[in-house]
Write a protein that binds this ligand. Structure first.
Ligand code: WT7
Length: 657
């Protein structure tokens, strides 16, 4: 981490806001003043201004039982109504909500009135299937309008969605269905990815079939299937329903009932430091308030004129907060794109920017770095002059990528906002405000109005400007996670115990540094969580997938820095002697890579698998991943004196070469 700090310390480029931008900016410097003067009053005002409540709240925050927060608890609202009906009622039904672009080039424009109509029908279908308040629904869909409609319909009936990224395996889907006890799965036959149809329904069939005889009670009663890929699918009569059979038939009248602000809205699984993903639980009123607030102010949203595009998949938190809830609560017009950035050609994204006149683009550093590699000629074949705000999220953005993004994509004109947050925080926490903040390439900069963060040492003491430490959030915030589904102890342990004596600091798991101005520079995870292309992966989860293979005796996984993906998964595996006695070792490393892809999903597939004879362990048997990371990154191996066997690293280095 120290070499990274030194490098960042050299970064002294600054970009002052353009006065013309400031003159029209949605955010104002006064927001900070208001929030500072009365933090809870500020959030109360924002909640009332940004949302429509069917029953007003009387108390902003109940923090009487930390870390279990309640925001706006006696208020009631319907989150889907806030994203849909009220825009129609306000006369904006003809405004386009979704400019959907399929990967093969087919497209659909869906207005707020049309989306409201569709969601009402789906809500009626859900009610007809017995899905209501508090029930869990798993959503396993490609990036199609029905994915947005499905999430909103679940929210509308007061049920809880658990969206599972379409790139996850049948096993991953099954464990998420089980953990949440989902009653319904909404999926598609398949979707387009990299020029071909990638099937989804078979994974659902496998997930549900696998459970027969496993002793686990089947909770899923129905599978609702959208036809998108046109691929052949198997059908279980009585269980499976085609969306196109039941949704158009359902009545389009559905009155959105208000639910208590603390009713769960969704569960989203994310990797932690153990092998088992955590079901992060978000509730309604506070989450909707902060996603709407941040979407409006961080992206300078002018809903009548902007065309906003967040490239994230709805399977991740960015898709939940900045494709579905934030933009739709704000009545934005947005692009929804099904496919990958480079299909069918490497300029696909920029073609979409030109076609729809995208004004605000929100994407990840890994994408920016891959475009940098291809070179500016590709984006410059298209007219990008509509762009006026650029956002980044998912991992630290290196200053070079930040500057490239601003100068090549943003014509040296657009503000760039680097937004730090997590699945757990629900919404953006640290970011510049366009038109307000003088920006610094590589720094996420300042806590948003109403948000309190700090960088502290291991004891929880403020490190002071110019120093590095751990990022903490020092006050509860509206969109904070309310727990880990079914595991309150793990919630307390993971996030709150480390600084328990500090009176409720949230430990984010990220290293950070404060510069001379007190601005925050993120330095990456300090735990066993990797960040590959902005996706969070746990070393323990991949290790357990590796040892589940018959050949593996032991495995250790590290995140090694990678020019394009930020980090890459590198695995060190010891093969069982009994296996080697009967099988040739050729091709085994690659088989193990593919195996992990099948077990978890292609995103978890290691970049490299090294077959080694031993792993570096301390005398107490703990694997020293730091040393393996040195090998994986091709560095001189660090201090080995605490190893039980100090010779082991030279053996491993030799085996890796
Ligand atoms: C982790 C959270 C937030 C949505 C996408 C990822 C890293 C995220 C930044 C940023 C530096 C960042 C952190 C964080 N991260 N954004 N702007 N600068 N690091 O959500 O999967 O929950 O991952 O992503 O390490 O803890 P997630």
């Amino acid at each position: 981490m120290s070499s990274q700090i030194d490098h960042l310390l050299d970064e002294d480029r600054r970009f002052a806001p353009d006065p013309a931008f400031t003159a029209q900016a949605v955010a104002t410097a006064e927001l900070y003043e208001r929030a500072k003067a009365d933090r809870l009053g500020f959030w109360g005002d924002e909640a009332r201004e940004l949302l429509t409540w069917s029953k007003p709240f009387t108390e902003v925050l109940d923090w009487s039982n930390p870390p279990f927060a309640k925001w706006f608890a006696d208020g009631e609202l319907n989150v889907a109504y806030n994203c849909l009906d009220r825009h129609v009622e306000a006369g904006n039904g003809d405004r386009v909500a979704l400019l959907w672009e399929g990967e093969p080039g087919d497209s659909r424009r869906i207005t707020y009135a049309e989306l409201t109509d569709e969601v009402k029908r789906v809500a009626n279908v859900l009610a007809g299937l017995g899905v209501g308040e508090g029930d869990r629904v798993a959503i396993y869909l490609p990036m199609i309008p029905e994915a947005v409609a499905a999430m909103l319909a679940v929210a509308r009936v007061g049920a809880i969605h658990s969206v599972v990224f379409g790139g996850f395996s049948a096993d991953s889907l099954r464990s998420r269905i089980d953990d949440a006890g989902a009653k319904l799965v909404i999926t598609a036959d398949g979707g387009y990815r990299k020029g071909k149809v990638s099937a989804l329904k078979p994974a659902v069939d496998q997930a549900l079939a696998d459970r027969n005889g496993s002793g686990v009670q089947e909770t899923v009663e129905h599978v609702l299937v959208v036809k998108r890929g046109g691929n052949d699918v198997e059908w279980t009569e009585g269980r499976d329903l085609w969306w196109h059979d039941v949704v158009p038939e359902a009545p389009a009248d559905h009155v959105a009932q208000g639910f208590p602000a603390e009713n769960p809205l969704f569960i989203l699984y994310t990797s932690g430091t153990t092998g088992k993903p955590k079901g992060i639980l978000h509730t309604s009123g506070g989450y909707a308030t902060q996603t709407a607030f941040t979407h409006k102010n961080v992206f300078d949203l002018h809903p009548e004129s902007d065309v906003y595009w967040c490239t994230a998949d709805i399977g991740w938190i960015t898709g939940h907060s900045y494709v579905v809830y934030g933009p739709l609560a704000n009545g934005a017009t947005q692009v929804l794109y099904e496919g990958t950035p480079d299909a069918p050609h490497p300029g696909r994204w920029w073609e979409i920017v030109e076609k729809y006149g995208v004004t605000v683009l929100y994407t990840a550093p890994t994408a920016i770095r891959s475009f940098m590699k291809i070179g500016r000629a590709v984006p410059h074949r298209f007219d990008l002059s509509s762009l006026r705000v650029l956002g980044s999220v998912g991992e630290p953005i290196n200053p070079e990528a930040w500057v490239w993004y601003r100068s090549v994509i943003g014509a040296d004109r657009t503000p760039v906002v680097d937004t730090w947050w997590q699945t757990e925080t629900g919404a953006i926490m640290v970011s510049a405000l366009p038109g307000i903040t003088e920006t610094k390439p590589g720094s996420a900069q300042v806590a948003l109005p109403g948000i309190s963060v700090d960088v502290v040492d291991e004891e929880g003491a403020h490190v002071g400007n110019g120093n590095g430490g751990l990022l903490v959030i020092t006050e509860p915030w509206p969109s904070m996670l309310r727990g880990i589904w079914g595991d309150p102890e793990r919630f307390v342990e993971t996030y709150w115990e480390k600084f328990a004596d500090k009176g409720g600091f949230y430990f984010a798991g990220d290293g950070a540094r404060l510069d001379e101005d007190g601005d925050v520079w993120l330095l990456g995870r300090v735990d066993d969580v990797m960040n590959v292309s902005g996706h969070r992966l746990s070393t323990a989860e991949i290790e357990s997938a590796l040892v589940a293979h018959e050949a593996t005796a032991e495995a250790a996984v590290v995140g090694a820095s990678d020019e394009t993906t930020g980090q890459a998964v590198v695995a060190f595996v010891i093969i069982k002697e009994s296996y080697l006695a009967e099988h040739a070792p050729e091709g085994l490393a690659n088989d193990l890579r593919l195996w992990v892809g099948e077990q978890i999903g292609p995103i978890a597939r290691p970049r490299d698998v090294y077959i080694v004879g031993e792993l570096p362990k301390t005398r107490s048997g703990k694997i020293m991943r730091r040393l393996l990371r040195d090998v994986a990154e091709g560095r001189e191996v660090g201090d080995t004196t605490t190893l039980a066997d100090t010779a082991v690293m030279s053996v491993i280095s030799a085996q890796v070469k």
